[in-house]
Design a protein around this ligand. Structure first.
Ligand SMILES: C[S@@+](CC[C@H](N)C(=O)[O-])C[C@H]1O[C@@H](n2cnc3c(N)ncnc32)[C@H](O)[C@@H]1O
Length: 304
């Protein structure tokens, strides 16, 4: 007993021991939970870190700041240039490169702002009479196409947090005489819908923008009927970004800085309870739209 006490005493007097303790403390204090909160948040309490290649670079912005940056950007996009004189062709080319047909683009007209990263309806098995929810519906491109598929017995609900996008989508639906669609102002982390009320969810390049992805997937799970499906296209990272890229406002609103590594993204989906089926991975989009950043557009089917 005495010997053990002496041994501890000797250890406590060794500078090397304290150096090790101090090193360990520093590692514990600066840890970040990998993207637990969507874009990497500083962990308030010291806790062990599991270092992996997917270890997230932290974004020091608060959730509200992220939302404001995103909202301001999409407000600007929704309000600038309603006539679409020169940007229409650009939007058309972008949308064609990510899987929309000429016929679809003719139907949606000005609802296409070239903001997607895939075409969820190209894979989406939507039936006549379905209730479809479009997360982050923008100017209404996918909602309008879904409205055609579900017919007069079905219904499409578009949800977007940017007021100006909702106005634009409503304007477009009116202009193209689409009556089985409604657009609701709201956040996809807190959907203004009842439990088990939706047959199919579609979403195009939106979840990367949300600061709380786990909450979003749980919320979608709540509103989907059992057996209901999500057709989702989104940007995922193939390599971690630098700290500067993670905190770059343009990359944030541009669907890059808030994106998760592919593995993290799929884990988050599975944690919410969904079965995942990867439908398509577009790696070309990196060069075509994102200056070669190591990312891809992922198209998946999720089943509740
Ligand atoms: C990249 S745009 C895509 C719009 C549309 N899906 C398309 O393909 O054209 C992202 C849209 O998501 C909306 N958004 C971003 N975060 C959101 C959130 N947390 N809740 C609701 N809408 C959100 C933005 O306002 C914007 O209209």
């Amino acid at each position: 007993m005495n010997f053990e006490f002496e041994a501890v005493f000797v250890l406590l007097n060794k500078p090397t021991f304290w150096r090790i303790v101090s090193l360990l403390r520093v590692r514990l204090m600066v840890g970040h939970i990998p993207l637990e909160d969507g874009i990497g948040v500083r962990v308030p309490d010291p806790q062990p870190i599991l270092f992996s290649k997917n270890h997230a670079i932290p974004l020091t912005m608060k959730k509200e700041t992220v939302k404001k940056i995103v909202k301001d950007k999409y407000k600007e996009i929704a309000t600038k240039g309603t006539s679409c004189c020169c940007s229409c062709n650009k939007a058309k080319n972008i949308s064609k490169s990510i899987g929309y047909s000429d016929e679809e683009l003719k139907i949606v007209g000005e609802a296409n702002l070239g903001l997607g990263c895939g075409n969820p309806l190209a894979f989406g098995k939507i039936k006549e009479g379905d209730v479809v929810l479009d997360l982050g519906s923008g100017a209404g491109i996918d909602s309008i196409l879904a409205a055609q598929r579900v017919g007069s017995k079905g219904k499409v609900i578009g949800v977007d947090m940017t007021e100006e996008m909702i106005d634009k989508a409503r304007e477009n639906a009116k202009k193209y005489n689409i009556t089985n669609v409604e657009f609701l102002l709201g956040e996809i982390e807190n959907l203004p819908l009842k439990d088990n009320s939706v047959d199919t969810v579609i979403t195009n390049c939106v979840i990367n923008l949300t600061p709380d992805k786990a909450k979003t997937f749980n919320e979608v799970y709540r509103v989907l009927k059992p057996g209901g499906k999500i057709y989702l296209s989104d940007i995922v990272l193939l390599e971690e970004l630098s700290k500067e890229q993670r905190n770059n406002k343009d990359l944030l609103s541009g669907c890059v800085a808030g994106a998760l590594l592919k593995e993290d993204y799929l884990n988050k989906i599975e944690s919410a309870g969904f079965k995942v089926r990867i439908l398509y991975e577009n790696k070309k989009i990196s060069k075509e739209q994102y200056n070669g950043i190591a990312l891809e557009s992922l198209m998946v089917e999720l089943i509740k």
